[in-house]
Design a protein around this ligand. Structure first.
Ligand SMILES: *[C@@H]1O[C@H](CO)[C@@H](O)[C@H](O)[C@H]1NC(C)=O
Length: 195
């Protein structure tokens, strides 16, 4: 919780910095907006079509849909863009569910802005809380090779450092949470990875 408020404070400070951009021309503004996003390359390997979207849990615990639902056929890839300074972002492969049902247990790739000691970047983790489908695994690989990949082929075989399957993992120092402190980087996410 303390870390969250530090991170929130940092992103508010960043927003204050970004204000002068609004005085620039439209094309600059457009450019600045794109510059504030990072790509998430999604591959669906699950054997059937799935619908994906990015959601955000806000500071006051509202579930917001951040991108239009996008059907990805089995074996295909699609890229969406997420706000670099966004907190509580989660990619769902169940975007055919109503927004309120996004709270249900499911496989998720989660992202959030983080800054620490003059560095910043994106925190990322995999989450499969109790009740998530046994046959849906997810892997996440940062484009920046200095930041390690994570993969779980199933919630039941998911290692402590690879994904969240139980909130009690905080007792072990939250090894499932990693931050890529290299500024903005993209991520490749595979639904139903083979390893
Ligand atoms: C996973 O990362 C997201 C984004 O930083 C964060 O909001 C979430 O709390 C993390 N999950 C857990 C269980 O810590």
């Amino acid at each position: 919780m303390q870390l969250t408020s530090v991170v929130l404070g940092a992103s508010l400070a960043l927003m204050a910095h970004a204000v002068p951009f609004h005085e620039h021309s439209h094309s600059h503004l457009h450019h600045a907006r794109n510059a504030d996003k990072f790509p998430i390359h999604i591959t669906n390997n699950c054997g059937s079509d799935k619908e994906f979207a990015l959601y955000q849990i806000t500071g006051d615990f509202q579930m917001l849909q951040m991108s239009a639902g996008r059907k990805i056929c089995n074996g295909e890839t699609h890229t969406l863009h997420a706000p670099f300074t966004g907190l509580g972002l989660r990619l769902s492969g169940n975007a055919d569910w109503p927004t309120g049902d996004q709270w249900n247990p499911q496989a998720l790739a989660e992202f959030g802005y983080s800054s620490y000691d003059g560095m910043d970047g994106t925190a990322y983790n995999l989450s499969f809380m109790e009740g998530a489908a046994e046959d849906i695994g997810v892997s996440i690989t940062p484009d920046n090779k200095e930041c390690g990949p994570k993969s779980c082929t199933s919630p039941s075989t998911c290692g402590l450092s690879q994904g969240w399957t139980n909130p009690d993992q905080t007792a072990d120092g939250s090894p499932a949470d990693t931050v890529c402190y290299h500024g903005k980087t993209g991520f490749s996410v595979v639904w139903c990875p083979s390893s």
